[in-house]
Design a protein around this ligand. Structure first.
Ligand code: ATP
Length: 236
């Protein structure tokens, strides 16, 4: 399975943010998306997910040589600022989400099993989402893709809000899930990218650029990435 980005362009008024993104992502890999503030990472995710309409271009999922336009239900998107119904408890929301996605749930999995996966304390499950911390809200968002297992998982700056124990759990989970999914996450934390990712891509001046594989594990990894980001953006 492959995700094909074909000439994606996006402008806001006269500001061209995405200038023709062409890239192919493969199943079984975790991709780290790097880019400076304002490079357009969130805009790219929003275009992929249909959250924001793109001006030009297309997104396709290719399975066994058949490419079809990516559908909304094929995407799991974890926003950097979680969007959840604050007037529900975590339990009520997850129960509702499981009900409307009954056909996609792994047989035999209960709501308790799902909360256990993300290590969500028993007493917190029945509190209003409104009172949850950023990290707890992010966990609930992650649970959505753990439940429905969409082929494409987009994570916009995840893990930064998690404490070290939870971050490790989530990293483990993403590594387990990658066999059957295409996982792309944006981050500013280079160490996290080096630790978790199989491939790195940089969004620079409106285009996506692949980072050579040897960079990822080279001793000068951070210096090389910073040099690329600095050169490309035209900032100082
Ligand atoms: N809805 C919008 N209307 C106008 N301009 C926008 C809108 N959304 C994003 N932009 C602009 O597009 C550019 C890219 O923003 P985007 O949020 O995609 O960058 P980013 O790489 O995710 O940044 P960061 O790393 O700071 O989160 C910025 O200059 C931003 O101001």
């Amino acid at each position: 399975m492959e995700l094909i980005l074909d000439n994606i362009r996006k402008s806001y008024s006269d500001k061209q943010v995405l200038k023709g993104i062409d890239f192919t992502f493969e199943k079984g890999k975790i991709y780290g998306l790097l880019g400076r503030n304002g490079a357009g990472k969130t805009s790219l995710f929003n275009c992929l997910s249909g959250e924001t309409p793109m001006d030009r271009g297309g997104v396709f999922l290719r399975r066994e040589n058949v490419s079809l336009p990516l559908r909304e239900d094929e995407i799991g998107y974890v926003f950097s600022l979680p969007i959840l119904p604050e007037f529900l408890t975590g339990y009520e929301f997850v129960k509702f989400y499981m009900d409307i996605n009954r056909d996609k749930i792994e047989p035999g999995r209960t709501i308790g099993d799902y909360f256990d996966i993300i290590r969500f304390e028993e007493e917190d499950r029945h509190r209003l989402i409104k009172g949850y911390s950023h990290g707890m809200k992010n966990k609930i968002q992650m649970l959505c893709f753990i439940i429905t297992r969409p082929p494409l998982i987009l994570l916009d700056e995840p893990l930064t809000s998690f404490d070290v124990v939870v971050a490790l759990e989530i990293k483990k989970l993403l590594r387990e899930m990658k066999q059957d999914h295409i996982i792309i996450f944006s981050t500013h934390i280079l160490q996290l990218a080096a630790d978790l990712c199989d491939e790195l891509v940089i969004l620079n001046q409106g285009v996506l650029q692949e980072i050579p594989a040897d960079t990822l594990h080279s001793p000068e990894f951070e210096e090389r990435i910073i040099a690329l980001l600095r050169d490309g953006d035209g900032h100082d």
